[in-house]
Design a protein around this ligand. Structure first.
Ligand code: FDP
Length: 331
């Protein structure tokens, strides 16, 4: 009897998919996504063996945000920096792990880009083999290259690409270039990202919410009211289940596929302001663009995330992101 052939045919790899987009997409943006894919493969491979190589735990450093840095945060950041060391078209790199942007000269000022990234999102999960991620966004340097990055500090609608890698049981690369959301899975045997789903649509409403509920006492009363509603009786619009993995990417991915909402409300300060934890430029804005591209929404609780203009590259904001209905309820 002939052996069964189980391979999926056709297998659409990332490079094949990007080539098919060429008439509609700038080739340099495609090249940027391919370089990100290589960085993600390197990080994915390292995470798989990090425990055995003694690479877990703290590096002993504190980052620009005042947070303790894990060895794998530093390593993943170096992988991203190395992937784009040659410049062109990326001439500006903004990372969660470095205080100031890094610059290289651009060959073509008209299509010089800035890449902003969180190299290892949810890094407190490293020691327990939990889900982790990388988040990125690309913006055009409107004035070419140079140290004055005011031209990249526009609203999130300026992002020309955004995406994330999810290091879970499978490694996934999910991205948009403003024309729907596509997800690729790392097929380890051939070492390639293979198309899993294209033009993903987030359900308009979900059944779960993701939040660090232990902070509720410090939130704005509106955020507590939202929580009461979600956890209240089903016939009054509640009945939601809590799902929280502690990595923004992991919790967002569940919303993207199954619907629901991720929230990290601000803490009310003594001055009455709502102080968020997650970073606008390389966490909240990229995932809000993906949410919108998939039919969902991203809000600070007071308005659309993508309309917010950052005042600094490491600015933090409250966030409510996910299915359109739950985000509207949050607002
Ligand atoms: P982490 O501090 O572990 O890097 O980016 C920050 C982040 O993780 C998100 O990935 C995650 O959603 C959130 O912070 C977790 O914060 P809490 O530990 O306060 O729940």
């Amino acid at each position: 009897m002939a052996a069964e052939v189980s391979a999926r045919v056709p297998m659409i790899t990332l490079d094949r998919y990007l080539r098919s987009m060429r008439p509609r997409m700038d080739a340099r943006l495609g090249a940027t996504l391919e370089r990100i894919a290589v960085a993600v493969k390197r990080i994915s491979n390292e995470l798989a063996v990090a425990a055995l190589r003694g690479e877990l735990g703290l590096s002993g450093e504190v980052n620009v945000q005042g947070e303790k840095v894990m060895k794998l945060d530093t390593w993943s950041n170096d992988v991203f920096l190395d992937s784009f060391a040659g410049g062109n078209p990326i001439c500006t790199l903004i990372s969660e792990e470095i205080e100031e942007p890094r610059h290289t000269e651009a060959l073509h000022a008209h299509d010089a880009y800035a890449l902003m990234f969180d190299p290892l999102d949810g890094s407190s999960n490293t020691g327990v083999n939990g889900s982790l991620g990388s988040i990125f966004a690309v913006r055009r340097r409107k004035r070419g290259h140079g140290d004055d990055i005011a031209d990249t500090l526009g609203p999130g609608t300026d992002q020309i690409a955004a995406g994330y890698a999810l290091y879970g049981p499978a490694t996934m690369l999910v991205w948009t270039v403003g024309d729907g959301v596509n997800a690729f899975v790392l097929e380890r045997e051939i070492g390639e990202f293979v198309l899993w789903r294209e033009r993903i649509q987030m359900p308009a409403r979900g059944k779960t919410y993701a939040v660090n509920q232990a902070n509720a006492a410090k939130w704005h009363p509106g955020a507590r009211a939202l929580l009461d509603r979600l956890t209240g009786p089903k016939d009054k619009g509640g009945g939601y289940s809590l799902r929280y993995c502690g990595a923004f990417v992991g919790d967002f991915h569940r919303c993207l596929i199954d619907g629901g909402i991720f929230l990290y409300p601000g803490e009310v300060t003594s001055g009455g302001q709502s102080k968020g934890k997650l970073r606008l430029m390389y966490e909240v804005a990229p995932l809000s663009l993906l949410a919108e591209q998939a039919g969902g929404a991203g809000s600070t609780g007071r308005g659309r995330v993508l309309d917010l203009v950052p005042s600094t590259i490491h600015e933090r904001v409250p966030v409510y992101v996910g299915s359109a209905e739950e985000v509207a309820l949050a607002e």
